[in-house]
Write a protein that binds this ligand. Structure first.
Ligand SMILES: [Zn+2]
Length: 547
């Protein structure tokens, strides 16, 4: 664990009074429990406010930031004071585009491999997971990583073999599947399970599943049908949010799933768009949802009568919920894509309903069709106040940015090219976009084709270097300040909650992250290793690292 030798006891053991002394001796509010107050002192607190204020102390009361520096808060007996001893603090990371709901609905005891940088790392991660789950329980990784991560730059990328996975977890079946549809690999216990399916899922002696994506599709389907219960989904949902908190992600804007078919054609990104949120809502009802979730609804109607989108707009409430869970917009698809897709019709329908739209773009054809469709909708029902977004946007150009900006729109940028990008398949043009001044924010687009870890995305945005240590996005790097701002202050806009989230300012919801390392000072490669040692959501400590 990186750090400066600060022990857990030292970090969390500071007593009230020692830090603030006389300044805190003011009357207490007897109505509230003492635990409602949290005070952090002696930090380097990057508020990310408009003046880039760096504060030394912050106090939190009733779930919101109460004071910064200056006048000390009115402390009560039992209020918790934490001496940060110079640690770097940043606002809670807002991931404005990801698929945490899919991650929460994975079969088995899901274990992210996005931070593994060798086969040995994979083995260590799987072995640690095996120790923490029941003997015989499935350990799975479905999406969020690339085999490029697992070997040195001069070696051929590969997944771990059956023998390597057996060495890590002999008593637990293991299934590791890259991206949407593989390649995939398993160990001996997994191979035995797949061999019992009818017909059997082919597994080679080396553990490789297949050949072909259909075999991976069948393997994933068999695991879903065998393992997933509502309680298992709830466990997965809780673990997905908890994983994010260890990275400092406090708010997720989920962008939906491809509607599942319950066939082998379903990949990692398929789920039921009508029920997959329920495990998260159940956690919320029990007061056990530890991070904030915002929900977009994904629709891909192929015909101009737009049956599912029409139903959604008729029967759902936009921006409805509370500070922990709230509905968002329609996205990351509002209709099917392609020359004959009813994109403009869908955009007009969403505009007429006054909803937010968000679509993804992987090619110039995508964003040109989408921005033109947005303009057509705007011609009928103005969208300038609705904050419509185009996500990912590799290859986007200044004229198209200007057209989107004229509509009051914004772009969501991700560093997913970190995993497998090349100088030809690179982008997005971070610097062009930041310089343009259009509303922009960073996101992960995890957890199928990209990692959730925001520090990997900030690494890529600031260096342009991919997982093979190859410079692929030269000329479009941005500064660390810019990258962090895109992941915090600028992302409030995407939620329509910039008054409540994104910066550490008095009155805002108290979400912050104490970092293991100084983000602004560490060498580039070290950025990837940054973790949270303490994450606070709404004034509640929801993650504490064992340091
Ligand atoms: Zn996405």
């Amino acid at each position: 664990m990186p750090g400066d030798g600060l022990s857990r006891r030292e970090l969390f053991g500071a007593a009230l009074g020692a830090a603030f002394g006389a300044a805190l001796r003011t009357p207490v509010d007897a109505q509230r429990a003492p635990s409602d107050e949290l005070i952090l002192v002696n930090g380097r607190i990057h508020t990310m406010d408009a003046r880039n204020t760096v504060a030394r102390s912050v106090s939190i009361r009733n779930g919101r930031f109460a004071t910064l520096d200056g006048v000390a808060p009115a402390a009560r007996p039992g209020a918790r004071v934490i001496d940060l001893r110079g640690r770097t603090v940043v606002p809670g990371i807002i991931d404005n585009h990801n698929h945490v709901v899919l991650m929460g609905n994975r079969p088995g005891h899901h274990v992210p491999l996005e931070n593994a940088s060798s086969i040995a790392d994979v083995q260590e991660t799987v072995a640690a997971r095996a120790k923490a789950v029941p003997r015989g329980a499935w350990i799975t990784t479905i999406g969020g990583f690339h085999r490029n991560q697992f070997v040195p730059p001069d070696a051929t990328p590969r997944l771990p073999t059956l023998a390597e996975l057996d060495a890590a977890a002999r008593d637990n079946p293991v299934y590791i599947s890259e991206s949407f549809m593989g390649p995939s690999t398993t160990n001996s216990a997994g191979k035995a399970f797949f061999g019992r399916q009818t017909p059997a899922v082919a597994v080679g002696d080396d553990g490789s599943i297949g050949p072909g994506p259909q075999a991976t599709g069948r393997a994933t389907l068999a695991l879903r049908q065998t393992l997933l219960t509502f309680d298992e989904r709830k466990r997965g949902a809780s673990e997905a949010m908890t994983y994010g908190l260890g990275l400092g992600v406090t708010t997720h804007l989920d962008q939906g799933a491809f509607q599942r078919t319950n066939t082998a054609s379903d990949g990692a990104a398929h789920e039921d768009n009508y029920t997959m949120h329920l495990p998260f809502l159940a956690l919320r009802d029990e007061g056990k949802l530890p991070a904030r979730l915002r929900i977009n609804f994904l629709h891909q109607d192929a015909t101009p009568d737009l049956p599912t989108l029409t139903d959604r707009l008729r029967h759902s409430f936009r921006f409805f919920g509370d500070d922990m869970v709230r509905t968002g917009g329609i996205g990351e698809f509002i209709a099917g894509l392609g020359p004959n897709a009813p994109f403009s019709e869908a955009a007009k329908l969403v505009a007429r309903a006054g909803w937010r739209a968000e679509v993804h773009s992987l090619t110039p054809t995508d964003f040109q069709q989408e921005i033109a469709g947005y303009e057509a909708a705007h011609g009928e029902s103005p969208i300038t106040g609705l904050r419509w977004v185009v996500a990912h946007v590799p290859f986007i150009t200044e004229p198209w940015l200007n057209r989107l900006r004229a509509l009051g729109g914004g772009v969501s940028l991700t560093g997913w090219r970190y995993l497998a990008g090349t100088p030809e398949q690179n982008g997005p043009p971070f610097r062009t976009i930041v310089n343009n001044g259009i509303h922009a924010g960073l996101s992960s687009d995890g957890m199928q084709i990209a990692p959730m870890n925001p520090w990997l995305h900030m690494y890529y945005a600031t260096t342009g270097v991919n997982a093979r240590q190859r410079l692929v996005n030269d000329g479009q790097q941005i500064t660390r300040e810019q990258a962090l701002k895109l992941y915090t202050a600028d992302n409030g806009w995407f939620l329509r909650e910039e008054r409540d989230l994104g910066t550490i300012e008095v009155g805002k919801l108290a979400d912050l992250v104490v970092l293991s390392d100084d983000y602004f000072a560490v060498p580039d490669e070290r950025l990837k290793k940054i973790r949270s040692v303490l994450t606070v959501v709404g004034g509640r400590i929801v993650h504490e690292a064992a340091i």
